[in-house]
Write a protein that binds this ligand. Structure first.
Ligand code: ATP
Length: 219
């Protein structure tokens, strides 16, 4: 569903992604880990077509939606209007499927997005992405700034969409524990290069990954 080959993306003369190759098969949920500045958002934005590659190829096999880092809602618009923007390209105007998935959004529909809590805003960003009826979803830092219980709730929704509806997910995370719990497979990006990839269970036992992302070995 997502196929990235030898991808190079730069900001002016600064290379943010340096020959990155990765793939996510249809129905898979795969994690991308990496520290600040590794190039994770650059990859997300390139997959979403916001940034153009210098070289390499990006192939997307279906409709792709992005939950961008920091949510990127329109704070002065209502929740309902933010959701409607998500359906703009697909022509989807009816939010009822999204309200069914995330019932709290129906209660918040008339509220201004800017006054919501971080968790509620992330839920709106989630719902807005789902308005595009995506076959693939790129989630740029689901857990950023959220309480663990809120993150767990959103993660459960994501896992359900993957399991029940076959939604393909690329989960970009700094929280490796969450990523390994949710995803069968993961990639590790550092300074624009992939430095590790494999099954989550194996990566969690890799001493370099464990010390950099898990604060020591998983027991
Ligand atoms: N608009 C921009 N102009 C110039 N350089 C940029 C721009 N956006 C990102 N960069 C640089 O590109 C590199 C990768 O940034 P990116 O935001 O993709 O990293 P990230 O892994 O998402 O980091 P974080 O976890 O902190 O969000 C960094 O060195 C960053 O400073």
């Amino acid at each position: 569903m997502i196929d990235v080959t030898d991808l190079v993306v730069s900001y002016g003369t600064a290379t943010a992604l340096d020959h990155v190759t990765l793939s996510v098969r249809q129905g898979e949920m795969v994690a991308l880990l990496g520290p600040n500045g590794a190039g994770k958002s650059t990859l997300a934005n390139t997959l979403a077509g916001i940034l153009a590659p210098v070289s390499g190829t990006v192939r997307i096999g279906g409709r792709l939606a992005l939950i961008p880092e920091g949510r990127q809602l329109f704070p002065d618009m209502s929740v309902a209007d933010n959701l409607a923007l998500g359906g703009w390209r697909s022509g989807q105007r009816d939010p009822s499927a999204v309200y069914e998935l995330l019932p709290r959004l129906a209660e918040l529909a008339g509220r201004r997005a800017g006054v919501l809590s971080g968790g509620e805003q992330q839920m709106v960003a989630f719902g807005r992405a789902m308005m595009a009826r995506p076959e693939a979803l790129v989630v740029d830092e689901l857990s950023l700034g959220l309480a663990p219980t809120v993150t767990a709730d959103l993660a459960a929704h994501l896992a359900e969409l993957n399991r029940e509806h076959g939604l393909t997910v690329l989960l970009i995370e700094q929280n490796a524990r969450l990523a390994f719990e949710l995803c069968h497979r993961a990639y590790v990006l550092e300074s624009g290069r992939l430095v590790a990839e494999g099954e989550s269970a194996e990566l969690a036992e890799d001493p370099r990954v464990a010390s950099a992302y898990l604060g020591g070995a998983i027991t």
